[in-house]
Each structure stands twice: as structure tokens, then as C-alpha cells.
Design a protein around this ligand. Structure first.
Ligand code: SAH
Ligand code: SF4
Ligand code: F3S
Length: 481
């Protein structure tokens, strides 16, 4: 997944994701004037891909009740911020934005500000009582209630719904594709998380795990393909524990079955997924990936730590050996698979030797990239209650820098090994630097940049031969096949 709160600390991910910090999500079509609609809404998203995907559900719910999206904060009648609680820094960023929105509210009385997502869930009424900065507080399972809450707020009633559901999957909602490149889209396949990693706030902000109706997922993929999309990413906090029972006949659909069904929508529709949990990823899933050319050879498999004692304190429920066995299975069954990771440094009581185990894991697993963070204690989590946050900030940062430096080196080596190879690339659009170049990704999820050629456009597949590589990008040329 992409994490947008802390881009200065995510190593090579920085180059890829920096532009996404505080990214404003808007619809490509121009906003209509407010008098043709209930009003104009503006939505900004932070955190993981699930949050970005949720903003598209929110967009759809609001559009149904007459609201139109705008990319212009100054024009909005309703300003929404979809928030993340994963680390302290993520929450600070949101608070800063709220202070800015408050100024706008003062200049334009009547403008409503709403907090959505994980911070809304974590802080609940605090936003309305103490901070008085916002009119609406809506948790991740309560978005269907938004139109009613907005209407109430227009009449001066502060609105809150932070009810966490055991059933809500928004299966029937067709997300409004915000800021879409028209090529790649996210599909949420499940919500919540039933794991209790001791550092993590997600089970508290997102509630119990539930899987979405498999037919609605396949139908969404089919519809996206028909609209010209060529890539879908199936999203969940732990996709490998996807499990849906067909109420008609009791048939159980697991993640491997689901992947296969989505892959069969069309051979030209690429399928990605995130996030895999090392304890749950099965050989059945790996064989399914190997069997279908259009299921990408890329697995995000967060290790968090390379040391078994720390993994136990983290309550990840696997140890170093188990993780290594899974990595070996991936490389055995899908030989050209790229693997990426999430890493936390400076978790409670982590010693220098234990930190070395994480460094050695980066080299051994040969990650193509990683998202790297220092531990940030989150109120209410198991770790906050049980273990002192006893690694000093200096040590956390030093260890993080060592990890980033090593990962950059490993990523560069990984990418340099691709020089001379030819990859099938799905064109996503113009490269960041030049409108004379296209960018797209290969199956391994590496960004590939190459000069444009006559007759190609976003959504087309091309074969690109790699000539050069940095730690974040492959540079090449289109080559005939
Ligand atoms: N469900 C995914 C992770 C979701 S959270 C999984 O299990 O892999 C995304 C990442 O944020 C985590 O993988 C972890 O590396 C990081 N993270 C979560 N809580 C954190 C905390 N308290 N401090 C620092 N990083 C954290
Ligand atoms: Fe958090 Fe663990 Fe669930 Fe991932 S699997 S969301 S890290 S509790
Ligand atoms: Fe953040 Fe919530 Fe995602 S805490 S990482 S937005 S599930």
C-alpha cells in the first residue's frame, strides 16, 4: 500500500510518492456551478490506498444526493478530509489542514467541514467538543449516512456517526473514480482487520474484518474493463484472509479463487493486490498468480522486523524462519516475482543485534522496495498498554536511516539487473518530467519511463527494453515484439 503521511521517511518510496503527499483527489470533469446541484464538495485523502478508495465511495454517495465534485477548495460548500491515524505524524498533518479549513470557514460562513476516516473513528466526539473545528465526524463504516448528516449540519446540527459495522462492505456502491487516469483503479474486496499487531491502530479504526460479495467484485472489474480500464488493484488489510460464502449454495470463495475470477474477466485486464500477510499467504495463491499472465508478479509482503523476538512482541504471529519460507516459496513458484516490504524500526526494546536482523532480511529477501518507518506509539494499542516506548528518537532515526540506505542500495541493484531486459508495460500517462515521454509499470510494479512513439496512448500495452535504471525507475525504449 502507499502511505502518504510521512514521505520524507520512506526511502526510495519518497521519489515515487512525494507528489502524493496531501494529494487532493478530484474529478477530472469540470465542476458545474453550485446552483445546478445540492452544492460542491471537495475531498482530500491521506493514508493508505483503502482510504483513497473510500473517498471514491464517498464521492459516489454524495453525487447520488446531488453534490458535485470540485478541485477548487475556494469553491467548495462542503470540505471533506479523509484521515489516517497510523502514525502521529499522519494525524499532525491533518490537524494542520483543519486549521487552514477553519480560516476558510471564517471567511465564507456556511462552508461545512467534515472529518472522515480513521481519525474520525479514533477521536470520535473529541473533534466536535474540544476542537470545534469541524461540523461533521464520520467513521469509515458510516458513509451512507453522509447526505443525512450534511443536511442536518446545513441546519446547524453538528453531525456524528462513528458506528463500526460487522457487515458494511459498500458492495452495491459504484465508486466515483476521482482523479483517475482512466487506466488503473482500486477495488476494495474487504474491510477491517482481525489481526492484533500490537503496534497498530487499524483494528480500532476499521473494526472487524469482513469480505465483500465476490460477484460484486468481479462485476466491478468487468465494468471497469468495459470503460477502458486495464488494471485493477484488489485492496484489503490482509487480502489472504479473504473469505466469502455464497448464500445461495454455501460455496466458499477464498482469495486464490477470487484472484482467478478477476483474472478471467479479460486477459488484457491486469490484476494487482495489496496487502498480503506473511502468516496467511498460501501456495494456492502463488500458483494462481503463476498460472495467469495478467496477475502481476509482484507481492507486497510486509516483514515489519527481521527478528523473531520483536515479531513476537509485535504479535505478527510468524517468525523469521516462517517469513523466509514464504519468500522462498514465492521465488520458487513465481521466479521473476518482485517482493516489497514495510519495516518498522525502533520498536519497544529492540536491540542493535535485532536491528541487524532487519538489515540482513532486506538483503536476503532482495526487496525491490520498502516503505520504512520508525515506531510511533498509538494510544490504546496493545503495545502502548504493555510495552514502554523505550528507544530514543535519535536511535530510531539512526536505525531508520541505516535501513533506508541499505534498501536504496538493494533497490538500485534490483533495478540495474533489469538493464537489457524487455518488459510488457501498461502505459499510464505522461512521465512526470516530460510530455515527450510516457510512464507505465511492468508486471513487477516498477515504474518504466520511455520516449513516446506514434500510435500509442494510455491504456495500451507496449514492450520496453530497459537501457538505464535508478533506485526508483527503469528507463527504456519501445521495442517491437
Ligand atoms: N495491513 C498491513 C499494514 C497496514 S498499516 C499489514 O499488515 O501489512 C501500514 C504500515 O504502517 C504497516 O505495515 C507498518 O509498517 C506501518 N505502521 C503501522 N503502525 C505503525 C506504528 N504504530 N508506527 C510506525 N509504523 C506503523
Ligand atoms: Fe494493522 Fe496488523 Fe491488521 Fe496490518 S494486519 S492492519 S498491521 S493489525
Ligand atoms: Fe491510515 Fe486508516 Fe489506512 S489508519 S493506513 S487510513 S486504515
Amino acid at each position: 500500500m502507499l502511505y502518504d503521511d510521512n514521505p520524507t521517511l520512506v526511502g526510495i518510496a519518497k521519489e515515487i510518492d512525494e507528489s502524493k503527499q496531501g494529494e487532493v483527489f478530484f474529478n477530472a470533469q469540470p465542476a458545474e456551478s453550485a446552483d445546478t446541484a445540492a452544492g460542491l464538495f471537495y475531498i482530500e485523502s491521506y493514508g493508505c490506498q483503502m482510504n483513497f478508495s473510500d473517498s471514491e465511495i464517498v464521492g459516489s454517495i454524495l453525487a447520488e444526493s446531488g453534490y458535485k465534485p470540485t478541485r477548487d477548495l475556494e469553491l467548495a460548500d462542503l470540505i471533506l478530509i479523509n484521515t489516517c491515524s497510523i502514525r502521529e505524524k499522519a494525524e499532525e498533518t491533518v490537524r494542520k489542514r483543519l486549521r487552514l479549513f477553519d480560516k476558510i470557514k471564517k471567511q465564507r460562513p456556511g462552508t461545512l467541514v467534515g472529518v472522515l476516516g480513521c481519525m474520525a473513528e479514533r477521536l470520535k466526539t473529541k473533534f466536535l467538543e474540544e476542537e470545534k473545528l469541524v461540523d461533521l465526524v464520520v467513521g469509515p463504516d458510516a458513509y451512507r449516512d453522509l447526505p443525512k448528516l450534511v443536511a442536518g449540519a446545513e441546519d446547524g446540527d453538528k453531525g456524528i456517526n462513528v458506528f463500526l459495522s460487522r457487515e458494511e462492505t459498500y458492495a452495491d456502491i459504484n465508486p466515483l473514480r476521482l482523479d483517475s487516469n482512466g487506466v488503473a483503479a482500486f477495488i476494495s474486496i474487504m474491510r477491517g482487520c482481525d489481526n492484533m499487531c500490537s503496534f497498530c491502530v487499524v483494528p480500532f479504526t476499521r473494526g472487524r474484518e469482513r469480505s465483500r460479495d465476490a460477484f460484486s467484485i468481479v462485476a466491478e472489474a468487468q465494468e471497469l474493463y468495459e470503460r477502458g480500464y486495464r488494471e485493477v488493484t484488489l485492496l484489503g488489510q490482509n487480502v489472504d484472509s479473504y473469505k466469502w460464502e455464497n448464500p445461495e449454495n454455501g460455496e466458499i470463495v477464498n482469495f486464490a479463487h477470487l484472484l482467478e475470477r478477476v483474472a478471467l474477466v479479460h486477459p488484457d485486464l491486469r490484476v494487482r493486490f495489496s496487502t498480503s500477510h506473511p502468516k496467511d499467504i498460501t501456495d494456492e495463491v502463488l500458483h494462481t498468480i503463476a498460472r495467469h499472465e495478467n496477475i502481476c508478479n509482484y507481492i507486497h509482503l510486509p516483514v515489519q522486523s527481521g527478528n523473531s523476538r520483536i515479531l513476537e512482541l509485535m504479535n505478527r504471529t510468524y517468525d523469521r524462519e516462517w517469513y523466509m519460507d514464504r519468500v522462498e516459496a514465492i521465488y520458487r513458484i513465481i521466479p521473476d516475482c518482485a517482493i516489497s516490504s514495510d519495516i518498522i524500526t525502533g520498536f519497544c526494546s529492540e536491540t542493535e543485534e535485532e536491528h541487524q536482523d532487519t538489515l540482513s532480511m532486506i538483503e536476503w529477501a532482495n526487496y525491490s522496495m520498502s516503505y520504512m518507518f520508525f515506531y510511533s506509539e498509538r494510544p490504546g494499542t496493545l503495545a502502548a498498554r504493555k510495552f514502554p516506548d523505550d528507544i530514543s528518537m535519535d536511535v530510531k532515526k539512526r536505525r531508520l536511516n541505516e535501513i533506508i540506505r541499505l534498501q536504496n542500495h538493494v533497490s538500485l541493484k534490483h533495478n540495474k539487473a533489469d538493464i537489457g531486459k524487455t518488459f510488457k508495460v501498461l502505459i499510464e500517462g505522461d512521465s512526470k518530467k516530460s510530455d515527450q515521454e510516457f510512464k507505465g509499470r511492468n508486471s513487477q510494479n516498477k515504474m518504466v519511463v520511455f520516449p513516446k512513439a506514434e500510435g500509442y496512448r494510455p491504456g495500451d500495452y507496449v514492450f520496453v527494453k530497459v537501457k538505464e535504471a535508478s533506485s526508483a525507475t527503469l528507463i527504456g525504449e519501445i521495442t517491437p515484439q
